[in-house]
Design a protein around this ligand. Structure first.
Ligand SMILES: Cc1cc2nc3c(=O)[nH]c(=O)nc-3n(C[C@H](O)[C@H](O)[C@H](O)COP(=O)(O)OP(=O)(O)OC[C@H]3O[C@@H](n4cnc5c(N)ncnc54)[C@H](O)[C@@H]3O)c2cc1C
Length: 394
């Protein structure tokens, strides 16, 4: 049961998705006192976390993303020892496909980057792709990048593990408590106002509000270009005309992807970065279902025999360069953001929580260099593009 909301605390974390719970856990583990998490809904039950597919890959085009994956992987592999919860892992591998020369060039530079970092990635020609996965249509492909060391976890246990771990260390998590305003005075954070009008004083406010984080930042008077990007997902019924263990298959050029979910299949619908997709709407569009069926059958013709049973919407926290945003603003002391993970925040949540906590407790991140992820990079026009996403490629 929740204790009553305090009038004053040391650190407020806004949002109890993967980021908020991970940050709170790491803060408490580093000895921070009086950490309060405020969540408008329930722990991990809405936003990006609730819809995540749990993929973890080393296959990124930028070194910083690979480093976040590696730092987080160690935590997932030792999750039971640290959190007392056994995670379910599927060693599917990640298979990125492309039909373009640009895609092939990005795959080749990604494979070279991974090689320099001592990791494995294999570039495959269409003939080899067809030999290994004969169910794939390879006619229009220019190549693939295959990382067999990648896979996916069951995700709910991770958010719950962080939250339980944080509570055990004394963190208070208040659900159904929306932050309506971040309060500031003389370029300093002073606390928050909740939806009941209640004011809680605090010297630190951490914005871990995922797709809503741009709105939370605006209430503090700072600019954070992170907002929702809708993604349709569809689930088939049990389908045994494909192998039980399939790669996580992504088509770089259109943003379509697919992975197994038990005996069924999860198929990704369109995720165009257009105005109509940048909303919090949960409406499933029939056009999206058609697009998904077409893309799926083009790539895997046997899917003509699979029926779509249901569809839903997930909201990514999209940043302009599809990299996370972690850090503070020089003009507002005490306000820290950790958001914008654009489709790879599950796999980076352990490391992201840790570096954000380090920033608050020690004044700098010791685990990883997060300077390239600072929120001021947008106004400084110092963006770092990640082309290997699960969205339609630009
Ligand atoms: C369809 C889909 C598939 C994905 N697949 C993968 C994958 O395979 N691998 C991977 O690594 N990542 C994946 N991701 C991304 C990953 O899920 C996210 O990056 C991660 O969950 C982000 O967590 P978060 O805590 O930043 O945001 P969220 O989970 O959205 O949490 C933010 C929380 O803040 C709360 N909140 C917002 N505003 C307020 C407020 N004013 N007051 C109080 N609370 C507030 C919300 O209710 C929410 O609970 C996927 C995302 C989607 C949408």
């Amino acid at each position: 049961m929740n204790r009553p909301l305090p009038e004053k605390t040391d650190i407020i974390v806004v949002g109890a998705g993967l980021m908020g719970t991970s940050i709170a856990y790491h803060l408490a583990r580093m000895g921070a006192d009086r950490v309060l998490v405020l969540e408008q809904g329930f722990v991990g039950a809405q936003g990006a976390t609730a819809k995540s597919l749990g993929g973890i890959r080393t296959q990124f085009a930028t070194e910083i993303n690979v480093r976040f994956s590696l730092a987080s992987k160690t935590v997932f592999e030792n999750f039971e020892a640290e959190f007392g919860i056994k995670l379910h892992y599927t060693p599917s591998g990640y298979l990125y496909l492309t039909g373009s020369d640009r895609g092939r060039r990005i795959f080749e530079s990604t494979a070279a980057l991974l090689d320099r970092m001592g990791l494995f990635a294999e570039i495959l020609d269409p003939e080899e792709i067809a030999r290994r996965w004969p169910f794939l249509e390879t006619g229009n492909l220019t190549g693939a990048c295959w990382t067999p060391q990648d896979g996916y976890y069951s995700i709910n246990e991770v958010a719950q593990g962080f939250a339980q771990g944080a509570r055990r260390l004394g963190v208070q998590i208040h659900e159904e408590t929306k932050v309506t305003e971040v309060l500031t005075r003389n370029r300093r954070v002073t606390g928050v106002r909740t939806h009941t009008g209640r004011i809680i004083q605090s010297d630190w406010v951490v914005n871990a509000a995922g797709p809503w984080s741009g709105l939370v930042a605006a209430s503090a008077g700072v600019d954070l270009p992170v907002g929702p990007l809708r993604r349709h997902l569809f689930m088939t019924g049990p389908f045994d005309r494909l192998p039980p263990l399939l790669p996580f298959i992504l088509y770089f050029d259109s943003g379509w992807y697919m992975r197994r979910e038990g005996p069924a299949l999860l198929l990704a619908g369109p995720s165009d970065n257009t105005d109509s997709q940048r909303t919090f709407s949960e409406k499933v569009d029939f056009d999206a279902q058609e697009w998904t069926a077409e893309q799926s059958i083009q790539r895997i013709p046997v899917l003509e025999n699979a029926g779509i049973l249901r569809g839903w919407i997930g909201h990514y926290a999209l940043s302009p360069d599809r990299h996370a945003v972690i850090g503070a603003y020089p003009e507002l002391s005490g306000f820290v953001v950790c958001t914008g993970f654009s489709g790879h925040g599950f796999q980076h949540s352990p490391a992201a929580g840790r570096v954000t906590a380090e920033l608050i407790v020690s004044g700098r991140s010791e685990t990883l260099d997060i300077h390239p992820l600072r929120p001021t990079r947008f106004r400084e026009k110092d963006l770092i593009e990640e082309p290997l996403t699960s969205f339609k490629n630009r």
